[in-house]
Design a protein around this ligand. Structure first.
Ligand code: B12
Ligand code: SF4
Length: 280
């Protein structure tokens, strides 16, 4: 049976280190819940669970996987790809070619770390067939971007939205991290994630979760300052615990991994939060 959605979000497979597992794409799930909140029907296809290798054979298998999995999904408004990272570039190329044939005329939007780096912007338009990119945090601006596309207002100024290779718009940042809807984990198959294939640390389903976003430092190899402009935003304890509770009660999650940019940043508030969550 075929499924019609407004927006199809796709997490591209990426080259993994030997033994490393797969973690849910929580950034994409945040984007999914932001779209659902304004009434869009959304599906997430997490290709990283089933595919990974960027070798020639691996990419051929990925193509076959797309053929099978996208046979019955029909997005009507747009397709969003991300989070984009350097180790996913080859599969993004395969995806962009595939989507162009399978969904000709449906716009493609990219987001995530790699799409947020100014110098990489031309690659998305010139090679990966992008119609637009979102630099930075997409929750508040993606609905506006889709609305602009639907109403034929492409090119209008929206924070973080890049419409062409020369566009230098600054990154988008969410205004209040506590106002965000929890990530749309109901669009993911939460039983399939495992942080490590070598070590069996968790017995049951796991998820990733964030107490904070951003980091004040500037390490040269790290995207955090580029993606979040050195701003640190912290969630309230109650908001964080509510998300944990939802994960346990609704999705049977028994393990949480905090992937904050800089979890142990010196801060009384954050230290208290970590202690409080350990005691819960
Ligand atoms: C958690 C994490 C992981 C997890 C989960 C990754 C995932 N796919 O979600 C695991 C452990 C699996 C992982 C693995 C790897 N990681 Co990692 N990881 C991170 C980390 C610490 C946080 C990411 C995160 O979840 N942030 C929180 C969420 C809420 O934010 P977000 O994902 O960025 O999503 C927001 C925006 O980016 C945007 N967005 C995201 N997706 C989309 C899609 C669309 C359509 C739109 C419009 C917007 C959008 O909106 C979201 C909501 O605000 C970042 C560092 C960082 N500060 O970003 C590194 C980071 C992403 N990882 C990195 C690397 C290198 C890797 C690995 C290659 C390591 C390895 N050698 O195996 C792999 C491959 C990563 C991959 N392709 O996904 C690099 C990527 C650098 C690059 N040049 O591309 C980063 C940026 C760290 C760094 N060095 O700066 N990683
Ligand atoms: S998140 Fe970590 S690696 Fe990145 S700038 Fe901050 S301290 Fe450096």
């Amino acid at each position: 049976m075929s499924e019609t959605v407004d927006v199809l979000l796709i997490h591209p497979p990426y080259h993994r280190r030997a033994g490393s597992g797969v973690i849910p794409p929580i950034g994409l799930a945040y984007v999914g819940s932001a779209l659902e909140q304004v009434g869009y029907r959304v599906a997430i296809l997490d290709c990283a669970v089933d595919c990974g290798s960027q070798s020639h054979d691996g990419l051929m298998q990925f193509q076959a996987f797309l053929q099978e999995r996208l046979k019955n999904i029909d997005p009507t408004l747009c397709i969003g790809l991300g989070p984009t990272t350097t180790p996913a570039l080859k599969s993004l190329y395969v995806l962009s070619e595939f989507l162009d044939k399978r969904y000709s005329g449906i716009p493609t939007i990219y987001g995530g770390p790699f799409a947020s780096m100014k110098d990489q912007v031309p690659l998305f338009f010139e090679i990966l067939r992008a119609d637009a990119l979102v630099r930075g945090e997409a929750e508040e601006v993606l609905p506006d971007l889709i609305q602009a596309m639907v109403s034929g207002n492409t090119g209008i100024e929206i924070p973080g939205v890049v419409w062409n290779p020369g566009d230098k718009t600054p990154v988008a940042l969410v205004r209040d991290i506590n106002s965000l809807a929890f990530p749309a984990r109901h669009l993911l198959d939460n039983n399939r994630y495992k942080p490590s294939l070598r070590r069996n640390i968790f017995q049951g389903p796991i998820t990733a979760i964030y107490l904070s976003r951003g980091c004040p430092y500037h390490c040269a190899f790290c995207v955090s300052p580029l993606l979040r402009g050195n701003r640190v935003a912290r969630r309230d304890n109650s908001n964080f615990f509510d998300e944990m509770k939802t994960c346990i009660e609704r999705f049977g999650i028994s393990g949480f991994i905090c992937y904050d940019d800089c979890l142990f940043l010196k801060s009384r508030n954050l230290n208290d939060q970590v202690h409080a969550s350990a005691l819960k």
